[in-house]
Design a protein around this ligand. Structure first.
Ligand code: AMP
Length: 279
């Protein structure tokens, strides 16, 4: 496994791999790797000759009052995990290389970026779309792997790739969960012991939705209400949003249908967590 810090070096390697017709599978991450990330790496390992994992905490997808400074950065542990998974290259660029002082260009996926998480995190998806475009241009992947956990991100990236005719196949993988149902996230390490227990309300409320839907409930408003009430039982939990939307357009629906996305964001103490389920 090789750690590549230079953007030019990485791009040169990718070009050479492509010239040799070696397929490149790419997993973009912000590090602090857990089983969720590693499931993407496993899939990339199975489907490609070469696996590249990027580790870059992208400041442009964090808002001014968000948790950029306290985002975990256990780089050594990440390296060991990648080594075990037989990753070929870790791309670990510096901030200055990614965003030199004269950086001026952004990628904006309109509408899809402004709803759900985009409402409470203005500029977040612009930051994501921009960094993913840059990473695609540097790593030149044949396939790129994303997690369903960040459902809106996956929709935004798929739209961007289609709209801008990027030659990458985007693969979206299922959410990996802790035993009690909590979706794995690098941010879970911020949770205090009681908060960690309370955090299970996200997946619990989605299970409740699923139960209501299998029981014949169709009204989005009713399901959202029931989920909201369930979450409100935990004193450390504050709902940011609960939404039931079309899985492609992210537009709200009144009646739940197959392929609908039920998504939520909840603050547990100071930590904002997200989760979702596709009906
Ligand atoms: P992050 O490092 O949080 O930017 O995540 C990097 C990639 O891992 C994204 O595509 C995420 O959607 C994905 N990911 C994060 N958590 C999980 C999880 N619990 N299950 C599956 N994929 C995940």
């Amino acid at each position: 496994m090789r750690v590549v810090r230079s953007l030019q070096a990485m791009q040169k390697i990718s070009r050479q791999l492509r010239q040799r017709h070696q397929s490149i599978g790419f997993v973009p991450t912000m590090g602090a790797l857990h089983e969720g990330h590693l499931s993407l790496v496993d899939r990339a390992r199975r489907e490609n000759r070469i696996v590249v994992v990027s580790i870059f905490v992208n400041p442009r997808q964090f808002g001014l009052r968000e948790d950029l400074a306290r985002y975990p950065r256990p780089f050594r542990k990440d390296l060991q995990l990648c080594e075990k998974k037989k990753v070929d290259f870790i791309f670990y660029p510096t901030l200055r290389q990614m965003y030199p002082e004269d950086f001026h260009t952004h990628v904006e996926v309109e509408d899809l970026s402004e709803v759900l998480c985009g409402k409470s995190r203005p500029g977040h998806f612009r930051g994501v779309a921009t960094v993913v475009t840059k990473l695609f241009n540097i790593i030149l992947p044949h396939r790129a792997y994303f997690g369903r956990k960040d459902a809106q991100q996956a929709v935004v990236i798929q739209r961007m790739v289609k709209d801008l005719n990027m030659a990458v196949s985007v693969k979206v993988m299922p959410t990996v969960r802790e035993k009690d149902g909590l979706a794995m996230s690098s941010r879970n390490t911020h949770l205090k012991p009681q908060e960690r227990k309370d955090a299970v309300v996200l997946s619990e409320s989605l299970s409740l939705a699923r139960k209501l839907i299998t029981g014949g409930e169709k009204s989005a408003a009713t399901i959202i209400d029931r989920m909201r009430n369930h979450i409100a039982k935990k004193p450390s939990a504050k709902t940011d949003y609960i939404a039931i939307v079309n899985g492609k357009t992210l537009e709200p629906v009144k009646k739940v249908c197959a392929g609908c996305l039920i998504a939520l964001a909840v603050r547990i103490g100071k930590t904002r967590l997200i989760d979702n389920y596709i009906a």
